[in-house]
Design a protein around this ligand. Structure first.
Ligand SMILES: Cc1cc2nc3c(=O)[nH]c(=O)nc-3n(C[C@H](O)[C@H](O)[C@H](O)COP(=O)(O)O)c2cc1C
Length: 215
């Protein structure tokens, strides 16, 4: 049996006092994200986040996606609407996001509900992507079985030929989701596992209430 009992880090970079966080958690998140990006090692994707979704029976699945925009206090990411996550979100819009920034010993947990972004937003982001990524999104039926890698590559070659240099249209089945948060928790690692956890919960009237949680 593999055990990892001896793999242990202690966290001591920062503390988290109540006065360290502003009243609006999305503003605070922006600040943490900027620090995470500016202090990240070159290889680290600070905008990568775990997205957890679940199906109508409550079975959960999770995967990494990239945060592409924070607009109107909503967290936007882009994907295939026909993917497994897309199908789960169509049946159950409740989702959770997690950012882990090991270089800051920080985690942020966000929970809320997801809606599709407008087509205009999806197309605007799609058109900003490198052509290779656009082709990839256009030919990949994300999450479906495929016979081989060469099937994928030949679909890409065929589409490139068909387009003959023309712009790649944003597929109807591809676009953005925006998660509107109702819970945001800031976690800061501390010594002896006495970590700091500050939770913000959004009330009916849209205002945020904060509390401190035991680690
Ligand atoms: C660093 C990283 C970034 C990723 N970014 C995205 C993304 O922005 N959108 C996306 O659809 N998949 C992204 N993926 C792939 C997903 O993790 C996943 O494999 C894919 O979306 C299919 O998930 P599903 O079958 O649960 O729908 C990323 C993977 C990694 C490791």
């Amino acid at each position: 049996m593999d055990k990892f009992y001896e793999l242990r880090r202690s966290y001591s970079l920062h503390g988290l006092e109540d006065c360290d966080l502003v009243d609006d958690p999305v503003t605070e998140f922006r600040r943490w994200l900027q620090i995470a990006i500016s202090e990240a090692p070159e290889w680290f994707e600070a905008t990568a986040m775990t997205l957890a979704t679940s199906d109508m029976q409550g079975a959960v699945s999770a995967r990494i996606v990239l945060l592409k925009s924070l607009e109107n206090d909503e967290f936007q990411f882009f994907t295939s609407y026909e993917s497994r996550k897309g199908q789960q979100l169509a049946g159950n819009p409740h989702a959770a996001l997690i950012f882990f920034w090991p270089h800051l010993e920080r985690q942020v947990r966000i929970e809320g509900t997801v809606t599709r972004t407008t087509r205009v937003v999806s197309e605007a982001y799609f058109s900003s992507r490198p052509r290779g990524s656009q082709i990839g999104a256009a030919i990949s039926r994300q999450s479906r079985n495929i016979a081989s890698r060469s099937e994928l590559e030949s679909r890409a070659t065929v589409l490139e030929k068909q387009l003959a240099g023309a712009a790649v249209p944003c597929p109807e089945t591809w676009g953005g989701y925006a998660l509107s948060p109702r819970r945001i928790e800031f976690w800061q690692g501390r010594l002896n596992r006495l970590h700091d956890r500050i939770l913000f919960e959004r009330g009916e009237n849209g205002s945020w209430a904060r509390s401190r949680l035991a680690p």
